[in-house]
Design a binder for this molecule. Structure first.
Ligand code: ADP
Length: 334
């Protein structure tokens, strides 16, 4: 059973639910993490308890929501999803928590964005499985503490550093999902191709894996687009040639950068002489929100050694100049 609340989008492009793994076994890669989780799940089931509160961090599209759903289904408990921005008022949280079946997994996405009042309610709920509600109005209003069912809070975030210490320390299990290796992405692509009923050659799956930015969501998206090209070109298999053609048409380069990534780097180089330029200024210049620049674009550019984040701002590296074919016109270490 799953209940959807708030504005979480589970089905990117409508078809993602087909590709979403349903068990730990189907969840590719991340073997150490899966092994540990499996132990916690088995032990919790044997004791017939609720799992300890679980904190999952990692960049977008790496499988935080998917993994939480899998944990719920392996435990055989209810899965209830919401996101911090959807919890506006204490009554939003109270409504959800009081209606949870025993031992449910209660997933809050973007947990770093909780309002302080909601966060304080969660402290008591997580620790004592109780909640304060206000009964009555005006002068007669009083606080009543009510019991809650035992539940597991799963907090997911792309920004673990922005989660307050009191909240963070209330989670018994902490997991960080790191970007996937090319090999892991290749097996994700092979699995997805299978589910989409299309054949793919080993070379083609490797090529896609190399362009997938360490991210399963990107891998699946690229696969679906390449499948479109294969279909229109009447190929029964996705091979290297059609993959190369599709990537070229999609303007995805061999590092997996798309046009907007290159535009961000070009802007730093052309407009701000290579940087440093502040986040807000850069965001306006490239027409993105500071948040999407920081959460979505920058991590991969930094990881690839194309962008540096310094206290003064963002700087394009020598590698960025090379990758975009710019001559290096200034001393980069000045
Ligand atoms: P997040 O919550 O971290 O943003 P999701 O859980 O929504 O990421 O994952 C995005 C998509 O990537 C999922 O729909 C799923 O199809 C795919 N995916 C993520 N992790 C894996 C994995 N380990 N194996 C196979 N597919 C995965």
């Amino acid at each position: 059973d799953s209940i959807l609340t708030g504005d979480i989008q589970l089905d990117e492009e409508g078809q993602d639910s087909v590709l979403r793994p349903r068990s730990l076994h189907e969840f590719q890669g991340q073997s150490d993490l899966k092994e540990n989780l499996d132990v916690f799940i088995q032990a919790t089931k044997a004791r017939n308890e609720a799992l300890d509160h679980l904190f999952i961090s990692g960049p977008p599209g790496l499988g935080k929501t998917t993994l939480a759903g899998i944990v719920a289904s392996e435990l055989g408990v209810n899965f209830v999803l919401t996101s911090a921005p959807a919890l506006e008022k204490p009554k939003d949280l109270a409504g959800l928590l009081t209606s949870l079946p025993e031992h449910s997994l209660f997933f809050i996405d973007e947990i770093h964005r909780l309002k302080p009042t909601i966060e304080e309610m969660l402290y008591i709920a997580m620790e004592d499985f109780e909640m304060d509600i206000i009964v009555g109005q005006g002068i007669g209003a009083r606080n009543v503490r009510i019991p809650l069912p035992r539940f597991t809070l799963v907090g997911a975030t792309t920004k673990p550093g922005s989660v307050s210490t009191p909240l963070h320390t209330r989670f018994g299990i902490t997991i960080r999902i790191n970007p996937y290796t090319h090999q892991e992405l290749q097996s994700i692509i092979r699995r997805s191709a299978n589910l989409l009923h299309i054949a793919i050659s080993t070379e083609a799956s490797l090529l896609l894996a190399q362009c997938a930015r360490g991210t399963p969501r990107v891998a699946n998206r690229l696969l679906k687009r390449v499948r479109d090209f294969a279909q229109v070109h009447q190929k029964s298999e996705i091979d290297q040639a059609i993959t190369q053609l599709a990537l070229q048409k999609l303007q995805v380069d061999h590092l997996g950068l798309e046009e907007q990534d290159r535009y961000i780097l070009r802007t730093i180089i052309n407009v701000y002489h290579g940087g440093p330029v502040g986040l807000q200024t850069l965001a306006i210049a490239v027409g993105e929100s500071a948040e999407s620049l920081e959460d979505f674009y920058e991590p991969y550019l930094v990881q690839q050694g194309l962008l540096m984040r310094t206290r003064q701002g963002r700087t394009a590296t020598e590698l960025a100049y090379q990758h975009l074919g710019f001559p290096i016109t200034k001393s980069l270490d000045s």
